[in-house]
Design a protein around this ligand. Structure first.
Ligand SMILES: Nc1ncnc2c1ncn2[C@@H]1O[C@H](COP(=O)(O)OP(=O)(O)O)[C@@H](O)[C@H]1O
Ligand SMILES: [Mg+2]
Length: 184
């Protein structure tokens, strides 16, 4: 994939399919450590130890529509090609956290791409789910949370185009501020 944001979309879609009500996405870039850490944490159905052991293998999936689940293996490959790694912790009935690390400056490190589009796509597809985005670059952090937005909207679904547009503008502006000219 050409954008890390698309990997994040895929991994967070696993969380919505696992019936998570809360999904926390964290993107932390640290130029001094030359490290980019991306994690997606959910409170969904979790995975059995047996599935968890197989899930980074491209031939493991519980979907019936497609035999080969590639989201996790591709994300793992993207991380490992930069000298990073992918780890998953999961517990049935509790949830799953998927974490990938990347060498920030590595030539093979895929650019972040449109994280805002990933967030609005996720929220538009699961407007009742609580999404949190923690975005941090060199200690400057921004946190977006759907909960207060939902309260302000007083019953208007977050999937309404105008609401999604407002959310998108807010996230994009804050990400740009945090980046401060650096392209992640
Ligand atoms: N957050 C999650 N919670 C529960 N199960 C998950 C989660 N992420 C992945 N899985 C399980 O791992 C499988 C493989 O995921 P993935 O590699 O993204 O492929 P796909 O989504 O195409 O099946 C999923 O089908 C699902 O059974
Ligand atoms: Mg998937």
């Amino acid at each position: 994939m050409t954008e890390l944001a698309l990997h994040i979309l895929d991994i967070a879609n696993n969380s919505t399919r696992a019936n998570a009500t809360e999904i926390k996405i964290s993107v932390v870039a640290d130029s001094r450590e030359d490290l980019l850490t991306i994690s997606v944490a959910d409170n969904g159905c979790g995975m059995s130890e047996e599935l968890l052991a197989r899930v980074t293998d491209p031939f493991a999936t519980t979907r019936t529509t497609r035999k080969v689940g590639l989201g996790i293996p591709l994300f793992k490959q993207a991380a490992e090609s930069t000298g990073g790694a992918l780890t998953i912790t999961s517990k049935v009935g509790v949830g799953t956290t998927t974490t990938a690390t990347f060498t920030l400056s590595h030539i093979d490190r895929v650019p972040m791409g449109d994280l805002t589009a990933t967030m609005t796509t996720l929220i538009g597809g699961a407007p009742e789910t609580d999404f949190v985005l923690h975005y941090e670059v060199d200690g400057r952090a921004y946190e977006f949370d759907t909960s207060p937005v939902r309260e302000i909207m007083e019953g208007i679904p977050l999937s309404e185009p105008e609401v999604l547009g407002y959310i998108g503008e807010m996230i994009a502006e804050n990400i740009e501020n945090i980046n401060g000219g650096i392209i992640i």
